[in-house]
Design a protein around this ligand. Structure first.
Ligand SMILES: [Fe+2]
Length: 274
């Protein structure tokens, strides 16, 4: 238990110092570096809450927290170099993160097995899918970070949608045009329980639909409870136009969520942990 605290404290302290070096006087940079620093710290809390709900042991919780701390470590260089969080017009921030972990050798105090799990989880945290071929522990940790990350991104974007009229941050909109419509394929994906492809994003509304569809990529039962408790679906829907399509997807998503919360479908229960 002492070792658990000591190790995570060391990594937290390193992270704080590392991030500090990216702050500049430019307000836009400050805002976005802070955004990712605070996101990371909240994801650490989310992953611990989720891991505890799943009864993971202390070793797994410690590893999960380190993964959460490093999952977006590439974001700071990404914004500094390219001025955007859009991977498609810059580079994949997970790959960039792996380069940072390698260049700083920060993981050297961990075992080789732990390093492999951390690097795999960072690598797959934003991939379309966690490959079936990955080893069991890397798979578990990749899925944990994917759920915890989504929970906090939902928190960030739903807060942003309510405050956007007061202050805009183009980086949070992936610089997409805020036109009234949306792409048909994003509606169809939701109605077919599919996660849309971020490469198809054309408008800011498409991005909101993509974020709604992430519910089909949730791995663990407690996450569905948090989604319902925090009213994530309702909050994103409010930021979309009031059309028949949107009402249809709202009903569809709410029915899907109820089914998953009650454990009637899928295999995301506490015991399976995929
Ligand atoms: Fe990320």
């Amino acid at each position: 238990m002492i070792e658990y605290n000591a190790d995570t404290a060391f990594f937290h302290s390193w992270f704080r110092t590392y991030v500090k070096s990216f702050y500049t006087k430019d307000p836009k940079t400050q805002e976005n570096i802070r955004l990712k620093e605070e996101h990371t710290l909240r994801v650490c809390k989310e992953i611990l809450q989720l891991g505890k709900a799943l009864n993971l042991n202390n070793d797994a919780l410690r590893l999960a927290e380190i993964i959460a701390l490093f999952h977006d470590i590439g974001r700071f260089e990404q914004f500094t170099i390219y001025g955007t969080f859009n991977d498609r017009v810059s580079e994949n921030h997970a790959t960039l993160g792996l380069k940072v972990l390698k260049a700083t050798n920060i993981l050297c105090r961990l075992t080789k097995a732990e390093q492999t799990i951390i690097c795999n989880a960072v690598k797959y945290h934003n991939a379309r899918k966690v490959p079936d071929s990955v080893d069991k522990l890397s798979g578990l940790h990749s899925k944990l970070i994917r759920d915890a990350d989504k929970l906090d991104i939902w928190h960030v974007v739903t807060t942003y949608y309510t405050e956007r009229h007061r202050h805009r941050n183009p980086a949070l909109e992936l610089e997409l045009p805020d036109t009234p419509g949306y792409s048909r394929s994003f509606i169809d994906d939701i109605l077919n329980n599919r996660v849309s492809n971020s490469h198809d994003l054309k408008t800011f509304n498409d991005m909101k639909l993509l974020q709604l569809g992430w519910i089909f990529d949730i791995n663990f039962a407690p996450t569905f409870f948090y989604i319902r408790e925090r009213r994530i679906i309702e909050k994103i829907i409010t930021a979309l136009p009031d059309t028949e399509d949107i009402r249809k997807i709202q009903n569809h998503l709410k029915a899907y969520l109820e089914k998953r919360v009650s454990g009637k479908s899928g295999n995301s229960g506490f015991s399976t942990m995929q």
